[in-house]
Design a protein around this ligand. Structure first.
Ligand SMILES: C[S@@+](CC[C@H](N)C(=O)[O-])C[C@H]1O[C@@H](n2cnc3c(N)ncnc32)[C@H](O)[C@@H]1O
Length: 431
């Protein structure tokens, strides 16, 4: 059996090779904190694999896990912790990330970590003790409210996905402090590092793709996806665009012609690249998701494989007009796991408005390609908390949340091929 020390140094080497770990301090924290002691009962190989390890389920769905080490490394680099920092973590889970952060802020700093499940907090306390980690205060409670008794914080980090930016987090940040959170933006979840400016706005410093368990409690957001059919086809929409579900169903039942798109895409592009860019650029964009392998005759059989499942992006028609979809598809249909990293894609029309929508989608694809295929890491986000006024300038898109507005832009991409704007002819909003 491999020793914990050997498994740990192999993991750190892999994180360095993959450029997940960039700074010596983060490498030292991963090399020092014994992850296996935060996963009692988990075999050493699994504890040090670069994978998330689920530790609690509800209704068959994981509601707590030790996050994937490479994602943790990406976020620790985004967080930019320094000795002496005071940090609040929301989502204590096993306590492992809190232990890494305690190492990074050192004895002059302080880590407070909150979890909504008291039983997880008790276990995390035991884990920290077993690992001999000092300097972490664990709190059982709803992290939506932050933790005022130890505020202000130089850094607040969520290791759980959020739909909104809560005013409590902003209020508990020290001037110039950084909030890092997996944030739902137009159907993608992005790890966004936001610095609090003197103007009271939060300005993104870095954006990365991520996929976290979502917050429970008072800040649990709306469901990310809505079931379309009984056989596992679902639709995921931009938050502020109400959806004509019946229209999407009717359109899918009427598949029309396909045209080659002239570009190659991989499944990562659906969330991180084209999918995100389209969703930011045009509010009529939705994503279709299907579980399990494709079935002959099923409307979603030409979706792109994503691991064991499938998905795609599509433009939907407005309410009141002819129904339809223009969707990115693969032809011939491929089964899960068969898709090359980048494969040729087609645009397929569904329903009477489908041909017009595929034309619009083709024009948007041309713009995305002309801008050198912008990805999440180039997105810039400004968070305008409710009650704060935004500065001058018109963003590429504005997303309305309950407690804030997100102003979204692709400044680097704009320099390469014109600033994104709503593509094609105007269209009525979807219901
Ligand atoms: C991916 S896990 C966090 C992993 C953890 N940082 C670690 O190192 O093990 C997400 C955690 O968020 C917690 N959570 C969910 N909603 C919460 C809320 N409203 N407040 C605080 N914690 C919450 C879950 O119970 C879960 O333990």
């Amino acid at each position: 059996m491999v020793s914990p020390e050997h498994a740990r140094s192999r993991l750190v080497a892999a994180l360095r090779r993959g450029v997940r770990v960039r700074t010596p301090a983060v490498a030292e924290a991963f090399a020092t904190v014994p992850r296996h002691l935060f996963l009692p009962g988990t075999p050493i190989e699994a504890a040090y694999a670069d994978e998330a390890v689920a530790i609690k389920y509800a209704g068959g769905v994981a509601i707590s896990s030790a996050s994937q080490p490479s994602m943790m490394a990406i976020m620790l680099e985004q967080l930019g912790l320094r000795p002496g920092h005071r940090v609040l973590e929301i989502g204590a889970g096993t306590g492992y990330n809190a232990a890494l952060m305690a190492r990074l802020v050192g004895p002059s700093g302080a880590v407070t970590s909150v979890d909504i499940d008291p039983d997880l907090v008790v276990q995390a306390e035991q884990n920290l003790r077993a690992a001999g980690v000092d300097g972490v205060e664990l709190v059982a409670g709803d992290g939506a409210l932050g933790h005022p008794p130890r505020a202000p914080y130089d850094r607040i980090v969520l290791t759980v996905g959020s739909w909104d930016v809560r005013p409590e987090w902003v209020a508990q940040l020290a001037p110039g402090g950084r909030l890092l959170l997996p944030l739902a933006i137009r159907g993608s979840q992005l790890s966004v590092g936001l610095d609090l400016g003197p103007d009271g706005l939060l300005h993104s410093d870095s954006v990365r793709s991520c996929a976290f368990i979502r917050l429970r409690g008072v800040a649990a957001g709306p469901d990310a996806s809505v079931a379309l059919t009984d056989d596992g086809l679902a639709v995921q929409v931009a938050e502020e665009a109400p959806l004509d579900l019946a229209g999407v169903r009717a359109a899918l039942a009427a598949p029309g012609p396909m045209l080659p798109a002239g570009v190659k895409l991989g499944s990562a592009d659906l969330w991180d690249g084209l999918g995100l860019w389209l969703a930011v650029t045009d509010s009529a964009v939705l994503r279709l998701l299907a579980t399990g392998p494709a079935v002959e005759g099923e409307p979603g059989r030409r979706l792109l494989p994503i691991g064991p499942d499938r998905g795609t992006v599509a433009l939907a028609a407005g309410v009141g007009g002819p129904r339809g979809l223009g969707a990115v598809v693969v032809d011939p249909p491929v089964t899960a796991g068969e898709q090359p990293a980048q494969g040729a894609i087609w645009l397929q029309a569904f329903g009477p408005a489908g041909p017009e929508l595929t034309g619009r989608l083709a024009a948007l694809l041309d713009r995305w390609t002309a801008q050198d295929r912008p990805t999440a890491s180039e997105l810039r986000v400004v968070v305008v908390p409710n009650g704060t006024s935004a500065g001058a300038g018109t963003p590429a898109a504005t997303v309305i949340k309950q407690h804030c507005r997100l102003l979204l832009d692709w400044p680097a991409a704009a320099g390469r091929g014109g600033r994104p704007h709503h593509g094609g002819p105007p269209h009525p909003p979807r219901r």
